[in-house]
Write a protein that binds this ligand. Sequence first.
Ligand SMILES: *Cc1c(COP(=O)(O)O)cnc(C)c1O
Length: 401
Amino acid sequence: MAEGDHLYNTYKPPQIEFVRGEGAYLYTDKDEKYLDFIAGISVNCLGHNHPVPKAALIEQANKVWHVSGMYQLTEAKTLAKKYCDALPFAGKVFFTNSGAEALECAMKTARRYHYDKGDVDRYDIIGFQGAFHGRTFATINAAGNPKYVKGFGPALPGFINLPFGDHEALLEAIGPNTAAILVEPVQGEGGLRPLPTEYLRTLRTLCDEKGILLIYDEVQCGAGRTGKLFAHQWAEDAEPDIMAVAKGVGGGFPLGACIAREDVAACMVPGTHGSTYGGNPLACAVGNAVWDEISKPEFLDQVVRVSNFLKQQFEGLKDEFPDVVSELRGKGLLCGMQLKKPAIEVRALMLERGMLGGSAGDNVLRLAPPLIITEDHVREAVDILRDCFEEARKMDDFVPE
Ligand SMILES: *Cc1c(COP(=O)(O)O)cnc(C)c1O
């Protein structure tokens, strides 16, 4: 068997092996250079081999690698305080190793909150189609994507999926069983679709009226990616009660967190939840270093500047290739384009030309470069994309399934 044949075939990667990274570039074993415009899908927010989190990881590795939550988690406490100081709603944090686990904790917290108040039948979690929350049983059911639940047994009760942004359907679906509304402020996997900021506020008001908890999944759109620390901060008065984060907050080290209002998290008493590695010192040491970098005002200013430049350049591409690009999508550096030609094939053309990108639902070319990119990286990306679109012009139009 060829090397790698023992891994589950859940991905079908090209025969490219990256052995090192530097800033916005990855290098293969043959020292070929690739411009990384996907960053592990919104993970390596500081790019590759950034000195600050690297130093933090090495320093922590020299101290202690693992301590259970049975004892004081010093680095985790420091990081939790930073999150709570930055987020007016936040009072308590549960650390995880991944986004799905952060969502699991968020949904458990919501149900338990109502349960403890005596509302034992409030367990429904309502979301919008196109959502993605991870690959555990609860998260595939919460997102309700038929492709991801198929073949994995009976649908779990307690989850409702509505057409994207359908407010009428939402009002109708809310009832005595509703525990929470769960949305991504910007849908990643679903095709880089932002919920309008006014709509986030509408959801906030609705939840307040009905005693429902509002949960945001900012696993992909958070951690500075849109030019604010968290995407919902573009909206005024639209804070959640609970928020799940991961991906970018670890910058490449497995780290996630469920961040909640203090009174909401009060239901999660000893014995209700746990995680062996949650709050791990190595992960939280990196998380602290990443946070200190991305939360600098000048860092976020630069993300806004470069994403404005990128948007302007992409507008240009759209005008130049009306037969290839149908729509620009996303927000900040979670950006992309809905294409008329197959996005997956365009992605393959990019790869041949030394650029990494992703795809998402709705035939969207998904780009999530490291947040440290400069205008020069954007120019390089646009040149490669222009070349790919010239080629893509000759392809047959994309036909949805
Ligand atoms: C990636 C992602 C998740 C799941 O995160 P994992 O770390 O893969 O479990 C959840 N929600 C959103 C929006 C994501 O993009």
